[in-house]
Design a protein around this ligand. Sequence first.
Ligand code: ARG
Length: 466
Amino acid sequence: MADGTDQKSSNQMWGGRFASGPSAIMEEINASIGFDKKLYAQDIRGSMAHAAMLASKGIISPEDKDKITEGLNTILSEIESGSFEFSRKLEDIHMNIEARLATLIGPAAGRLHTARSRNDQVALDFRLWVKEELQKTEGMLTALIAAFLDHAEENADTVMPGFTHLQTAQPVTFGHHCMAYVEMFGRDRARVRHAIEHMDESPIGAAALAGTGYPIDRHMTAKALGFREPTRNSIDTVSDRDFALEFLSIASICATHLSRLAEEIVIWSTPQFGFIRLSDAFSTGSSIMPQKKNPDAAELVRAKTGRINGSLIALLTVMKGLPLAYSKDMQEDKEQVFDSAESLELAIAAMTGMIRDLEVRKDRMRAAAGSGYSTATDLADWLVREAGLPFRDAHHVTGNAVALAEKKGCDLADLSLEELQAIHPGITNSVFDVLSVEASVASRTSFGGTAPSEVRKQIAWWRGRN
Ligand code: ARG
């Protein structure tokens, strides 16, 4: 809390019409410098581009532009070296920087805010930040996909049980399972790219909400700041935060994918499943049970999803009742995005490390793949194909075979030909060719199916795109 002495003087940036300063509580609720200082680099870059444009249009003098640029460079190094003193009285990063500029260069600093407002300034800074964060996310997803492609290649014919309802369903290959995640993270990355394209428009020059009468060149600032073009409506520019919402929804979907993967890692690394071994680098021990190796990183990735989903709902709720154009409510956009960005980066990095280091226990996967009558569908398909049964009848006959195997406590492949023929006389010796898990996966050659040949095709397709 501030000490209350603030009331004596009004704000030096906008206090012209105010007789006294804000109450301590007002300052507390109003200030965003505690978190929006993260935008310092974007703010300085934006101001430099704005000043250069103002000078090139003759709105400020070249001398003032040079002073402003030099002053901003000094501020940049002050902030990066940690010597800059942030003040809560100055509310936010924009006014902290501008006030310091005035101290450094004098009256020329006051010309920087010509033809702009904090409304387009914050829209610019935040958009630049989110765009850069998405570019980083894109690269991180590429690394995660690469880690999966390596395992998929290595395990294109490693047989494991495929599950539905977490009950053994049909044999699949671990390579195929890995490629399912490549598809998910590939779509996440496509969403990231699409969002970058969406937000590639420069807000600066929209001013408070109505544009400006100064002869500014918004195309020039857009180009200088690496945007495709300027935004086309000044009201929309300062009032929407859909670029932040888009970031949060992409982050939520991606975190949900990561969380499902984390859950599988937790399950697979139990002694009961034993499908994988996590590296020591990505697990922890127990302080009381010496035998334990816990998948903490996976569990925390799973938990981060809660924060990220929460941020999306928080910002949607902030935005849903706001009339156009800017309202101060929108200041609450940043913490949600910053927190989610940090959580998502950490989650992707931890997952990439875990996946890269993962030891695949092929023997355990193979043993589990054969249990639970996982080739029952193959028997039914054989009856359709070789004995001419309608699928529904074949399903029934296979059910009888499963019941018999269950009664005898053996696998389907362990039943004798005589026993199978007693269930259906059309069954011949060739049925045993399809009852093995290897034969089962090899037969699933439909496009996108689990046959090793098909999985290798999909790996090649992704290699060409990663
Ligand atoms: N700190 C503010 C925010 O993050 C900057 C914009 C302030 N605009 C205003 N009209 N008070 O939204």
